[in-house]
Design a protein around this ligand. Structure first.
Ligand code: CP
Ligand code: NVA
Length: 311
């Protein structure tokens, strides 16, 4: 059987993704009950981080430990990748030694090249174009609150051209909800991504119009990793797209707020919103752990969701 990778949300079928979210909720309960579930004894996950991380590193490393396996943290500074060894050679070598690889990198092409040369599953821990693991946690959190996102409206406010916006667009298509992207001109999704988002996605340049009546308001940093030189310009252009109490007032009265974190209070979100009653950001962050355990279990071919492969 071909090796399965998870480089973008649409690498899994809609039925696999739905089952994975339900499985993540079960694994969360197992963890909460203090039960041991460790089917990955003797397996190793290599984690290659070319960018910083708090949540992704801690959730993958802890998740793998809880599943009974071992995780290796690798940074380009400490490996030959940083001294010019090719992505392909690195993939050939590492994938003969470990059972799964997670990579956080810049160009999405690095992931495609690594996966093409890898004998084992590769997971995207964030690239410039996609952040699918974050979407698993976000969709899991929405599932816990509502059961299903079908028919609801999500408003993504801020930089509509970044990895999180792209992954939300894929989610809208797969999970059949409306997605309004509220972004300034010049910070909108690429034409290719817009096409793949289909009829579910609308782009607006007015934040209030984008959130009007929405059930879930999402934002992300204005300056993503690798864009630090643009920070001042982005701060000025994106200022009218801050998620604050005035903006939340235009959403549905029971609307939830999500942010993948790290957050910058006073920039993309006000403290009153992120620390307020509609915010589910801490559950969302915790769910990285449970959703990725379900993902790793699936990609290892273990557990009930793996039985669905090919459906
Ligand atoms: N949300 C997220 O991916 O956080 P980290 O950058 O801390 O991993
Ligand atoms: N868009 C952000 C997400 C951080 C988790 C970035 O790429 O830096």
């Amino acid at each position: 059987m071909n090796v399965r990778h998870f480089l973008r949300l649409s690498d899994l079928s809609p039925s696999e993704l739905r089952a994975l979210l339900q499985r993540a909720i079960v694994l969360k309960q197992i963890q909460r009950d203090g039960e041991r579930y460790a089917p990955c004894a003797g397996r190793t996950l290599a984690m290659i981080f070319e960018k910083s991380s708090t949540r992704t590193r801690v959730s993958f490393e802890t998740g793998m430990a809880q599943l009974g396996g071992h995780a290796l943290f690798l940074s380009p500074r400490d490996t030959q990748l940083g001294r010019g060894e090719s992505v392909e050679d690195t993939a050939r070598v590492i994938s003969r030694m470990v059972d799964m690889v997670m990579i956080r990198t810049f160009g999405h092409d690095n992931l495609l090249r690594f996966a093409a040369a890898s004998r084992v599953p590769v997971i995207n821990g964030l690239s410039d174009d996609h952040h699918p693991c974050q979407l698993l946690a976000d969709l899991m959190t929405a599932t816990e609150h509502w059961g299903d996102l079908r028919g609801r409206t999500v408003a993504y406010i801020g930089d509509g051209s970044n990895n999180m916006a792209h992954s939300w667009m894929e989610a809208a298509q797969i999970f059949d909800f409306r997605l309004r992207i509220g972004s300034p001109a010049g910070y909108v999704p690429s034409a290719g991504m817009l096409q793949s988002g289909g009829a579910q996605v609308t782009v607006l340049h007015d934040a209030v119009a984008a959130v009007r009546g929405a059930n879930l308001i999402v934002t992300d940093v204005w300056t993503s990793m690798g864009q630090e030189e643009e920070a001042a310009a982005r701060k000025a252009i994106l200022a009218p797209f801050q998620v604050n109490a005035t903006l939340m007032a235009a959403a549905a009265p029971d609307a939830l707020f999500m942010h993948c974190l790290p957050a910058h209070r006073g920039e993309e979100v006000s403290a009153e919103v992120i620390d307020g009653p509609r915010s589910v950001v801490w559950e969302e962050a915790e769910n990285r752990l449970h959703a990725q355990k379900a993902l790793m279990e699936f990609l290892f071919g273990i557990g009930p969701v793996a039985a669905l492969q090919g459906d």
